[in-house]
Write a protein that binds this ligand. Structure first.
Ligand SMILES: C[S@@+](CC[C@H](N)C(=O)[O-])C[C@H]1O[C@@H](n2cnc3c(N)ncnc32)[C@H](O)[C@@H]1O
Length: 175
């Protein structure tokens, strides 16, 4: 479930290059990627991370409380689909790493919340290589990720690049 060390370093690097003022993350889990991304925040920056699973929030808070950026990290518990439309401000960087069957919906909600020059990162877009399987009877998640990859490719609002590290990281930047 956790991004892993290498992707974590990559997330930190991308965030540091951009120095975002506001980051949004869907899928906190232990807070590992939250902490990695928070390392690149601007001085007065903040990261908002959403997870639907309230059973892990104590566990997550324990890790966040040990982070040097704890004051910049805001955790939201609930369904990202309901929480994001109610967030007032826009974001400079958005990381999508939650349930794959809602990936297209997350992309649609998130792109509306992106600041000019902002970018979206989406994890698991290779889905262990299953996305290149031409078979029509692929599982729900694979079908959805394939749909999203095509949607992004045909979306004139963004430029995109798929980085084949770990399970595939998509980077989409508003044009
Ligand atoms: C792959 S894990 C996130 C890992 C984390 N980003 C990292 O790399 O350390 C996916 C998380 O998405 C959460 N999730 C699933 N559906 C969600 C939803 N509708 N809204 C918010 N979070 C959701 C799960 O509870 C799970 O903790």
């Amino acid at each position: 479930m956790i991004s892993g060390h290498y992707l974590g370093l990559f997330l930190k690097m991308l965030s540091s290059l951009n120095k975002p003022r506001r980051i949004l993350e869907i899928g906190t889990y232990t807070g590992y990627s939250t902490i990695c991304l928070s390392n690149g925040l601007a001085k007065n920056g903040e990261i908002h991370s959403i997870d639907i699973n309230d059973e892990i929030s104590d566990f997550t808070k324990k890790f966040i409380s040990k982070s040097k950026n704890k004051e910049k990290i805001y955790l939201h518990t609930g369904d990202a689909k309901k929480i994001i439309p109610n967030l007032k401000d826009k974001f400079d960087l958005i990381f999508i790493d939650a349930d794959k069957k809602n990936y297209c919906l997350y992309y649609d909600i998130c792109i509306k919340k992106l600041n000019k020059n902002g970018f979206i990162l989406i994890d698991n877009v290779l889905w262990s290589g299953k996305v290149i399987n031409e078979s029509k009877d692929s599982d729900l998640e694979t079908t959805e990720i394939k749909k999203l990859n095509k949607k992004i490719l045909n979306d004139s609002r963004v430029e995109n690049i798929l980085i084949p590290i770990r399970d595939g990281l998509m980077i989409c930047k508003l044009t």
